[in-house]
Design a protein around this ligand. Structure first.
Ligand SMILES: [Cu+2]
Length: 472
């Protein structure tokens, strides 16, 4: 049996993060996060899921911009895991992507993370190992900054899609269901360069996984979280879509919301009552409550569907009433109408691109094959070339019939063009590219390393809609 210390040092070497001296004497400010199994109740049945919690039970982490992200990640599972700090810009070895940033943390071991937090906002953390994210291996990562006002009540809402079917079975079913003419090998890594098929346009529908429930902070509307709020008070909603596959329309009901940030980054505020949120995205929405006792359901309606989840704000002594988990009518599929209107509060400097990569989002429903530039990810796929200091633009052209929320690791990007229209759009880390759309994002190559760029739909990612960029 290796000693605790040797385990930690072993994991440290694996994570490639800290010098051993720092490891042997962890600062008092180190936060322990445990990836562990837990049981929740869904549809009145017990469900064994995963979670990322501190020893005192706190989900995830709330910290402050300008400090260090100093975490010991402990793997309490009986299988490997690795957590990605979604939206952060750490040194690449601490990015938490198995096989790219380093190896996963083995069962019973731990890894150390320590990097500066450049900016604040609403972020999250999730497993990037296998299909663990579908089992709710995700948690909030809230970084306070000068935007956070003391006169507002902050409420974090984590959205998730839940199934009693094991994720590996969900994935196998997707491949079988779509695989009537399936000639794809069983492992994505071997599917290689097969680009002979036709684009999947018209072959797809929304929501191709049939979930058993949609959760807001682990609960359904049958037994929702009820948050006590002050009549006349101000609220900051931090909404995180940690779903594996599901996008929603946030419905603030009677309250007019002011969207002030997307993916943690400030925008020029946009008011409304409906805000789309794709997988992995975050929305910061300010609400001003009227005076008087009242109940305010805050809902997330599945795109193209009636099903919904949410929480309930209870102001004063209003009686709690049941909110149906079905909207009266189906919502629409997500589109880019809101994205078109978003303007970054702090855009990237105006600069011509030094380098542009065309990224075709490609796939075939037959065999559930998803790819980039018709190449299914495998470790032999050459990284996109980038040179440190360059302004890089990625032109994302969706050639499939399904929307893809595309996420770049280690950098924030700005949306600079949508379907041929140039704009100073939102700075963010995940952008939705609907079918037949073209979205261009720009970023500054200021964080050398080997970085993932991928679709954040879990089964698209696992099927191979993934590529890397590398400059070291
Ligand atoms: Cu996708």
């Amino acid at each position: 049996m290796p000693s605790r210390r040797s385990i930690l040092l072993g994991a440290l070497a694996a994570a490639g993060s800290l010098p051993t001296g720092a490891m042997a004497q962890p600062s008092a400010a180190t936060t322990v996060l445990r990836v562990e199994r837990r049981t929740i109740e869904v549809n009145r049945r017990p469900a064994v899921v995963l979670g990322i919690r501190q020893p005192d039970g706190t989900f995830g982490l709330t910290t402050a911009a300008g400090t260090s992200f100093r975490v010991r990640l402990e793997n309490h599972l009986d299988e490997p895991t690795l957590i990605h700090w979604h939206g952060m810009t750490p040194p690449w070895r601490q990015d938490g992507v198995p096989g790219i940033s380093g190896p996963p943390i083995r069962a019973g071991e731990s890894g150390e993370f320590d990097f500066p937090l450049r900016f604040g906002g609403t972020f999250w953390m999730h497993s990037h190992e296998g299909l663990q994210e579908q089992l709710l291996a995700a948690a909030p990562l809230i970084i306070k900054d000068a935007r956070d006002q003391t006169d507002q009540q902050e409420i974090v809402v984590m959205l998730a899609d839940f199934s009693f079917t094991p994720p590996a079975q969900i994935f196998a079913d997707l491949r079988k269901k779509q695989g009537m003419v399936n000639m794809a090998p069983a492992t994505p890594g071997m599917a290689g360069m097969d680009s002979s098929g036709t684009p999947a346009a018209n072959a797809l529908d929304l929501n191709d996984v049939k979930y058993d429930a949609f959760l807001a902070n682990d609960r359904t509307l049958e037994d929702p979280e009820v948050v006590t709020v002050e009549p006349g008070g101000r609220i900051l909603l931090r909404i995180i879509n940690s779903s594996a596959m599901s996008a929603y329309h946030i419905d603030t009901g009677a309250l007019v919301g002011s969207l002030v940030a997307v993916d943690g980054f400030a925008i020029q505020p946009v008011t409304g009552r409906r805000f789309p949120i794709a997988v992995a995205q975050r929305l910061d929405i300010r609400l001003q409550l009227p005076k008087g006792s009242h109940i305010y359901p805050l809902l997330a309606v599945l795109e193209g569907d009636r099903r919904r989840t949410g929480i309930v704000l209870a102001a004063g002594n209003a009686a709690i009433t049941r909110v149906s988990n079905m909207a009266s009518k189906s919502s629409t599929p997500l589109n880019l109408n809101l994205e078109h209107r978003l303007r970054a509060a702090a855009p990237l400097s105006v600069r011509k691109a030094d380098r542009t990569h065309l990224i075709n989002l490609t796939g075939e429903m037959a065999g559930y094959i998803w790819s980039i530039n018709n190449v299914v990810w495998n470790p032999r796929v050459p990284p996109l070339s980038v040179v440190e200091g360059e302004r890089v633009e990625l032109v994302l052209q969706n050639q499939t019939g399904m929307s893809h929320p595309m996420h770049l690791h280690g950098h924030e990007f700005q949306v600079v063009e949508i379907d041929g229209v140039r704009l100073s759009g939102a700075v963010r880390d995940t952008v939705l590219v609907p079918p037949n759309s073209r979205v261009t994002v720009a970023f500054d190559a200021n964080n050398p390393g080997h970085w993932a760029f991928h679709c954040h739909l879990l089964y698209h990612l696992d099927a191979g809609m993934f590529i890397t960029l590398r400059y070291i």
